[in-house]
Write a protein that binds this ligand. Structure first.
Ligand SMILES: [Zn+2]
Ligand SMILES: [Zn+2]
Ligand SMILES: [Zn+2]
Ligand SMILES: [Zn+2]
Ligand SMILES: [Zn+2]
Ligand SMILES: [Zn+2]
Ligand SMILES: [Zn+2]
Length: 1714
């Protein structure tokens, strides 16, 4: 048995072996490796034989059966499924380890995460304590990994409840199942072979051959593949093009290949003999080279090689799965991967793979990285060992990555973040592996290609992509430095310092790089590249700060690194030493310096070394270590002038650029200067240069320092001779900036607070705007939150816009106009705002600087520059010039600065005096400023000059400031005198302040009085203003809106308010008691020609701009499939589900028909002339924008005047005697059958005579109907008629989506249908908004509806009357079974309101006579309306009762349904119908409604409706009254099969009242939606590619958007999931929420759409499109309601058109594929 062990197949032998497990296990001679490879050699090539068109499922099945199953059997010693199930049960790892795909949402906790790279997956987050903390959500770029369970990543709550040990269902002691020894033993035997095979195959380079072990059992065949690899250089289209050309294949096939290549990384595109594949390879290369510079990467591989490589990956994912089951598996796997061959230099398995990574294709890399994640990264100990290996090959790996062309997420180097950010690991790597030095050296090795001859970087002509890759190395440095050590060991200190010195070498290459020289005469020809250098600065900023922080955490280290840095700066400060020193004198002081001029010599903006030194210097000062500085840097070495030199040049450059001296150097310089001071860079550029200047000021003689500054600013001459000075000397008072920890005793919080105050002094700001304006660093946002409430109050947003912070009043005194971070515009804006504010408060406009905090000791000498001789000279000179009115020598800005300096000096002296006794205060600004000199220049002192300033007319605006300064002079003087005269300082001091206070009180009182007066004045003006405004509105109302009617109505209500209790007979719309129509003369103004015209039947038509659209806003059944084209649709009956209607809306703007036509033609012409402009609207479909309000319209409604009708009540009474419902029905029947006899000879419509058992009146004949009163038809002018036809045709065309056809028989049907549907929409809207039925409509709705109803009544006259009659008969068929035709729907299949509108509007056609055009008289139509309405009402009551019966039967199991229950249900169910009917008849007849309908009240409303519509309040009385007529009807209605089936409970009819549609309910917390999205699976494809789930807000469907998998072919066009869904769900108009992006999308049809802010706000009242800020988001109900109204008011199209007009960018987007 054992001597000849494995004759057969590996699999069989293993299976056989299973039975004899005990023997096998002990068998040492079993050569697993050989057997395994034999098996693979045999099976693999067969399984993966068809690579051109692989059957993936089949392959997988075979792999399982032939290889994996036996392998698992051997490994586990039992059935793998059973075993793995057991293992699974026993618990999982404490680490989550979920690997993120691109776009997946990750969560971080701002309270507990150690650094922002620590993230949780959505499952862990939802189960963690952080859910209730201040979390952040972000979209992963892919490749990250969930940190749940990593105790080093979280300050608290490292485990979610799912990964908490013991949280799993069974309380096992050891959650990790220990594998037994045998299985471990087997693993140790199996894994090495498997791993070795994987490694060997992945790094296999031979194209034609396989390793010997794998070739044994097979004949080698000549079968090859031409394999194409993915890269990032060639676009999708390039690849498709190249493939099509090279292989001559179809577009579809090429697309298929390309998609697969993009996904997998490589794919066989041709199979065949070696030669033919080789040929194909050359072809592809050649063609791809033609389109882009580089050829595509193509290889020819032997089929067997390809097969084994593919299987190696399959084995990799098999291992990956196995790893998740047990820690033992992971450990064994890691051990084997890390094992080095004894005595060999070769790298271990895992290192081999790492080193090969850049050469692997995308698919292989993914498998490899996942394997690393699931094994090494799940075991802390092995993660460390892996990190050590990683660091060992760090340089090589990074270099490979830099020359690679794949995305960073696909590189093994991207794993660094997983290791470097773990604090203990980072410490270990620094201490033991010297990682900082390794990283910096890597940088030094990859950057030299950018070095110039002076060993400075120069990025001219750099490649953006390559440099981006270099940044990833810089990022690694940042990761390593994330957490500062708390304890320093000697070893750590040495290693860190070594790294720091190495890092300084990089900075040395940057110090002074890319020098520029001022361009004189000619403008530069080409702007040099500047982006790269600035980008590196940005990348380095945080690293520089972190290095400084690390240094500062240990005194020894700080001093030593300071010495190193100082040395490095000195080494770089050599140039210019060759020049001879020159001497500069001013007012008795001299300066010796080497000549240098920024405006003539080269200067560089990049000085990272100097700035690092400045940073270390303030930290020295802060920690107090500065006292030991001399031990490390001797005073002789220090050379402060040299240190100051370069930063000073940089500041001068900036000032000169601002003064436009460098205009010829182009945009490149302006951009650099911008970033130098911008929040993104300033911390390590501008701010540090200021600090360096302050170091100079504190260490140099003040006079010399000022002279140096004057000289460098090239102002020396300006103060010697009389010469105009243009530049700012602003850096002098920027030396005064003390809000830097170390320079004064402020905290980081104070600093942020001051930044915020100054931002808010400009204007109130949104949270995100403030964040953006603060320097970005780890604590930026938390820092902001800690202080923002102290200085500002939050103002909530309205329905649009966002919340803002407003500065608290008490913080206004902190405002410093010359805040050093203000830009020029910010400065003037803030000054303006603050002055305006003070003016409003009726205070003076002086804006003195706030009292500054004290300098820390190391910087205390800075103050001396203010009272030194040179400064006094400067001040005096400038003031003198201002006073002497030599206008060409000074500007107001300059005087402002002088005043600012004076304020600073006086404030300083005042503060010092208040703190310490007078004699100790050596700062004698007051003294110097008031001292008289002997020389001519000194003849007048500063104080006197200031006094004189008051009289300079040009300085009127500064008057208040001047006054303030004079007061300060006075105060300081008194402080000096008081303390010198009085014996004890303290007492007199307090007195002085008291005196101060009393005068201040007086001033305060005076101010208050003035303020009060001003307030009253303002109030008066406001009142006047609002009166004016009202007037304005009135005028415009008259101009543009038809309010006459409304006003008239109001008046009518006023009059009759008293008689409300009794039934008001003038307010009945139907029947003999009908009230009069309220009609006013309508005079309208055309918005185009501004001319007025009265609306009359016979005059030229006036029209309202209108928009007709299909709508599903009222649908009760969204699953119903809508007909996309209405070619065969019969729109006469509306289904009670209201699935899709035609809505007509109007913006209410009136034009002459002729004016509109001219306007429309003009747009058409205009459009045709501008061929290439993409159109916002579809002219072909008659679209245009309303000329006044720019809303989208596609037609016009003609305005037809209402015809006055008044009933003579005596006549009516008389008629009532004879015209009962029964008789009316008879007459109508006779008339109809008469018509059919008379006209329809060919048609088979024989109507049975309507038999009536009641009255035996036989005097009925064809003309009876006319005997109750007729009148001649209205005569419309031809222009009105034309417009009637035009509008009716539009409704028909849009509503049915068909080509226009004026003669189509369905035109009248569509007219009635849109009329009914629009009324229903408006009724629905009023109800959901809780508004009364009448009087609350918006003007546009009111005038639109009025025009629509009148149009619908008039439209009849433009169609053949026979046609109308035919429709009428069909409509009546629903109510009166004797007219019932074959296609008449049953009672339960129609919407009754549509029937009512249709019959009422078509009924007059029965009066049509050949010879004369007649219509019913007022009395006749009163009865017609009444009976038609009563009939439909009866039918509707039946609908309600029948549809609710099944429910009541369940309720009481008997036929005896309590009467009150039925009544209740009828009353509730009929309300919407009655309300619609009231609206309809009101707009049709113009009878004023009862005033109860102008209010909202349940009960009153019902009564009023019944009264207005001539119904008994007890509706069942109708049945009694008409019993004889109704009884047969009822019986016939109920025998209809559809009704019967419903009565028997077999089918369910729609219930009344119908449900009101709302947008779907959204969760309050946005992360719930993200959670839903994360569980979303595309219904069409099973791959794990990133999807874009979107939510339909109408129906709640989740769709897979912007993805080819879910595109649908509609009418021969590819439509995206959203677009095709919208066709069904919203008849083309729809509203979606893009979940991952938190944006709402509105779309219409296939070509239009726009983005709309999502209704989710963060706590700062801001939306977060794209989730870029990542704050927790919550649903804002008001905003969601606004979206709801947008939908229900049918304004989505309007919104899209408006946004497209303003945001032209969306044109590029292909909405069709959404
Ligand atoms: Zn997780
Ligand atoms: Zn977890
Ligand atoms: Zn937390
Ligand atoms: Zn006009
Ligand atoms: Zn308009
Ligand atoms: Zn939907
Ligand atoms: Zn899909």
């Amino acid at each position: 048995f054992q001597s000849e062990p494995f004759g057969g197949c590996f699999a069989r032998s293993l299976l056989a072996g299973l039975e004899k497990i005990p023997f096998r296990w002990c068998d040492e001679r079993f050569d697993f490796q050989a057997t395994f490879l034999q098996c693979l050699a045999k099976h693999v090539p067969n399984i993966y034989s068809a690579e051109m068109d692989p059957l993936v499922e089949k392959q997988e099945e075979m792999v399982q059966a032939a290889i994996l199953y036996p392998l698992e059997c051997y490994l586990f010693g039992e059935d793998p499924d059973v075993f793995l199930e057991k293992l699974q049960q026993s618990g999982t790892s404490q680490l989550c380890g979920k690997v993120f795909k691109g776009g997946e949402t990750t969560y971080s906790c701002r309270d507990c995460a150690v650094d922002p790279t620590c993230v949780l997956c959505i499952d862990c987050f939802q189960n963690s304590i952080h859910k209730n903390h201040r979390y952040k959500m972000h979209s992963s770029t892919g490749g990250g990994f969930c940190d749940c369970g990593d105790t080093e990543a979280w300050k608290a709550g490292p485990l979610c409840s799912k990964h908490e040990p013991g949280a799993s269902s069974s309380p096992k002691e050891n959650s990790e199942c220990q594998l037994n020894e045998e299985i471990m033993e087997h693993s140790r035997r199996v894994f090495p072979s498997v791993i070795k095979y994987i490694v060997d195959m992945l790094i296999w380079e031979e194209e034609k051959e396989l390793p010997v072990e794998l070739t044994i059992s097979r004949e080698k065949v000549d079968s090859y593949y031409c394999v194409l690899f993915n890269d990032e250089h060639h676009s999708y289209d390039h690849v498709i093009y190249s493939l099509q050309r090279a292989l001559g294949c179809e577009l579809g096939e090429a697309q298929l290949h390309t998609t697969a290549i993009d996904k997998e990384g490589r794919r066989a595109v041709k199979a065949g003999h070696y030669a033919s594949c080789q040929e194909a390879k050359e072809e592809i290369k050649r063609h791809s080279e033609n389109v882009s510079q580089r050829p595509l990467h193509v290889e020819v591989l032997h089929a067997d090689v390809m097969a084994h490589q593919k299987f190696a990956l399959r084995l990799g994912s098999w291992l990956n799965k196995l790893m998740s089951y047990s820690s033992d598996f992971r450990q064994i796997f890691c051990q084997i991967c890390l094992k080095e061959e004894a005595g060999s230099e070769k790298p271990c398995f895992i290192s081999k793979l790492m080193l090969w990574d850049a050469r692997l294709h995308k698919g292989a890399r993914k498998v490899l990285h996942e394997l690393i994640f699931s094994s090494f990264f799940m075991e802390m100990e092995y993660k460390k060992l892996f990190a050590v290996e990683f660091v060992k090959y760090y340089k090589a790996l990074q270099k490979e990555y830099i020359s690679d062309d794949h995305d960073r997420v696909l590189s093994v180097t991207a794993l660094s973040v997983q290791m470097f950010t773990v604090p203990t690991l980072a410490r270990h790597l620094i201490e033991e592996r010297n990682i900082i030095t390794i990283i910096t050296e890597t940088l030094l090795e990859v950057l030299p290609e950018y070095l110039d001859k002076n060993d400075k970087f120069n990025f001219q002509g750099y490649s953006q992509d390559k440099l981006n890759r270099v940044y990833s190395v810089i990022f690694d440095l940042r990761y390593i430095l994330v957490s500062k050590p708390t304890v320093w060991t000697d070893h750590l200190r040495e290693r860190f310092l070594e790294g720091f010195v190495s890092f300084l070498r990089i900075l040395t290459c940057m110090q002074g790089m890319e020098e520029i020289k001022r361009q004189i005469g000619q403008h530069i020809e080409v702007d040099p590249d500047w982006e790269a250098a600035i980008a590196i600065q940005m990348q380095l900023k945080n690293i520089l700060l972190m290095f400084q922080e690390w240094c500062a955490s240990d005194e020894e280290l700080l001093l030593r690194s300071y010495r190193e840095c100082h040395k490095a700066v000195m080494r770089c400060s050599t140039n210019g030493r060759s020049r001879e020193k020159t001497v500069f004198h001013l007012c008795g002081h001299t300066l010796e310096s080497r000549p240098y001029r920024v405006s003539a010599d080269p200067v560089s903006i990049h000085l990272p070394l100097s700035r690092t030194l400045a940073g270390l210097h303030v930290r020295l000062s802060k920690t107090g270590a500065i006292s030991r500085l001399h031990e490390f840097v001797s005073p002789e070495e220090f050379q402060v002038e040299l240190l100051v030199e370069y930063p000073l040049r940089c500041l001068v450059l900036v000032a000169q650029v601002a003064a436009e001296m460098w205009r010829r150097n182009g945009l490149s310089l302006i951009s650099q200067v911008f970033y130098y001071q911008d929040v993104k860079c300033r911390e390590e550029m501008y701010d540090k240069d200021i600090i360096m200047l302050q170091i100079g000021a504190s260490l140099m003689d003040p006079n010399q320092f000022l002279l140096l500054i004057l000289q460098r600013y090239e102002l020396a001459d300006a103060f010697k001779k009389i010469k105009p000075t243009k530049d700012q000397v602003s850096s002098i008072f920027f030396c005064w900036e003390r809000y830097v920890p170390g320079i004064s005793n402020v905290t980081k919080e104070d600093v942020i607070m001051r930044e915020i105050i100054h931002l808010l002094c400009i204007e109130p700001m949104a949270h995100s705007a403030i964040t953006k304006s603060l320097p970005e660093n780890e604590s930026n946002e938390t820092g902001l939150e800690n202080v923002i409430d102290k200085v500002a109050t939050f103002k909530k947003p309205g329905v649009s816009g966002h919340g803002v912070y407003e500065l608290k009043d008490e913080c206004l005194k902190e405002f410093n106009m010359f805040f050093y971070h203000y830009t020029k515009t910010q400065h003037s804006k803030a000054e303006h705002t603050q002055k305006k504010r003070r003016k409003q408060e009726n205070r003076d406009e002086a804006l003195p600087p706030p009292p500054p905090p004290d300098f820390s000791p190391a910087f205390s000498n800075v103050v001396r520059i203010l009272n030194c001789d040179v400064m006094m000279h400067i001040l005096r000179t400038l003031l003198q010039r201002a006073v002497e009115l030599e206008t060409h020598l000074w500007t107001e800005a300059m005087v402002q600065m002088v005043l600012h300096l004076l304020s600073l000096g006086l404030l300083e002296e005042k503060q010092q005096l208040q703190k310490s006794p007078e004699e100790e205060v050596t700062f004698d600004f007051y003294h110097k400023a008031t001292r008289m000199g002997s020389s001519a220049l000194n003849a007048v002192n500063v104080l006197m000059l200031v006094e004189k300033l008051k009289r300079v007319p040009q300085l009127e605006a500064q008057k208040d400031t001047v006054n303030w300064i004079l007061q300060m002079f006075d105060m300081v003087k008194r402080l000096r005198e008081k303390s010198s005269l009085a014996t004890v300082g303290a007492a007199s001091g307090s007195e002085a302040t008291k005196g101060d206070e009393s005068t201040q009180d007086k001033e305060k009182a005076e101010r208050k009085r003035k303020a009060e007066a001003a307030r009253l004045h303002r109030q008066k003006i406001m009142a006047q203003m609002s009166a004016l405004q009202r007037n304005f509105i009135e005028t415009h109302k008259l101009l543009y809106e038809n309010t006459l009617e409304a006003q008239g109505k109001d008046d009518a209500i006023m009059e009759e308010e008293s008689t409300s209790s009794a039934i008001d007979y003038s307010r009945i719309a139907l029947g003999p008691k009908r009230g009069p129509s309220v009609i006013e003369k309508e005079v309208l103004t055309c918005i185009l020609c501004q001319e007025e015209q009265e609306v009359k039947l016979e005059s030229a038509a006036m029209v309202l701009s209108a928009c007709v659209q299909k709508s599903t806003a009222l649908t009760q059944n969204r699953s119903r499939i809508l007909e996309l084209s209405g070619d065969t649709l019969d729109p006469l009956f509306m289904h009670p589900d209201l699935p899709c209607g035609t809505h007509t809306g109007s913006c209410g703007h009136v034009m002459h028909a002729a004016c509109w036509q001219k306007y429309f033609e003009a747009i058409q012409l205009n459009f045709r002339q501008r061929l290439h402009v993409e159109q916002i609207f579809d002219l072909e479909n008659g679209e245009y924008l309303c000329p006044l309000c720019k809303s989208l319209c596609n037609t016009v409604i003609p305005i037809v005047p209402l015809q006055a009708q008044k009933i003579n009540s005596e006549d009516a009474e008389a008629v009532a005697q004879i015209l009962s419902l029964a008789r009316w029905l008879e007459i109508v029947t006779v008339r109809i059958s008469g018509y059919s006899v008379k006209n329809a000879k060919g048609e088979k419509q024989s109507l049975p005579p309507f038999t009536n058992k009641g009255t035996g009146n036989s005097a009925l004949e064809f003309h009876s109907i006319l005997s109750f009163g007729v009148q001649s038809s209205a005569k419309y002018s031809s222009s009105i008629k034309e417009m009637l036809i035009l509008f009716a045709t539009t409704i028909y065309r849009v509503g049915l989506k068909v080509a226009p056809n004026e003669a189509d028989s369905r035109i009248p049907m569509m007219t009635w249908s849109t009329c009914a549907f629009t009324i229903q929409c408006i009724e629905n809207l009023l109800e959901t908004e809780g508004k009364p039925l009448f009087g609350s409509l918006q003007n546009r709705q009111h005038s639109g509806l009025k025009a629509l109803v009148q149009f619908a009544a008039a439209q009849r006259t433009t169609s053949p009357q026979l046609l109308i009659q035919k429709h009428l008969v069909r409509l009546l068929g629903v109510l009166l079974p004797n007219y019932k035709g074959e296609d008449t729907p049953s009672l339960l299949e129609v919407d009754m309101f549509h029937v009512l509108v249709g019959t009422v509007l078509s009924f007059p056609s029965l009066y049509w006579e050949d010879a004369v055009d007649l219509q019913p008289s007022s009395v006749s139509s009163a009865y017609n309306h009444l009976y038609l309405f009563h009939l439909t009402t009866l039918a509707h009551i039946m609908q309600i009762v029948i549809s609710s019966l099944p429910f009541y039967q369940c309720y009481c199991f008997s036929q005896d349904i309590p009467g009150w229950l039925v009544w209740d249900c009828v009353k509730k169910g009929i309300m919407p119908y009655l309300r619609c009917a009231a609206l309809f008849f009101h707009y049709l007849l113009g009878v004023s409604p009862p005033e109860e309908l102008l209010q909202v009240s349940e009960e009153g409303q019902f009564k009023a409706l019944c009264s207005y519509l001539s119904l008994p309040t007890n509706l069942f009385q109708l049945f009694h009254e008409y019993w004889d007529t109704v009884n047969p009807l009822l019986q016939r209605w109920c025998t209809d099969p559809v009704v019967l089936s419903c009565l028997k409970g077999k089918s369910i009819a729609i219930r009344y009242p119908r449900k009101r549609n709302h947008l779907i309910e959204l969760p309050e917390d946005y992360s719930c939606l993200l959670n839903q999205a994360s569980q979303f699976r595309c219904p069409r494809s099973s791959d794990d590619e990133q999807k874009h789930p979107v939510l339909c807000l109408f129906c709640g469907a989740m769709l897979c958007s912007q993805n080819t998998c879910c595109q649908e072919l509609v009418n021969g066009e590819e439509l995206g999931a959203c677009t095709s869904h919208a066709l069904q769900c919203g008849a083309g108009v729809c509203m979606f929420l893009k979940i991952r992006e938190c944006k709402v999308v509105l779309i219409e049809g296939k070509t239009r759409g726009c983005l709309y802010p999502a209704p989710y706000l963060d706590e700062y009242g801001e939306t977060d499109p794209g989730l870029t800020r990542g704050n927790p988001l919550h649903l804002c109900q008001e905003r969601y309601r606004k979206l709801h109204l947008l939908w229900q008011q049918h304004c989505i199209i309007e919104e899209i058109a408006r946004s497209q007009e303003t945001n032209q960018i969306f044109f590029g987007f292909n909405w069709q594929l959404l």
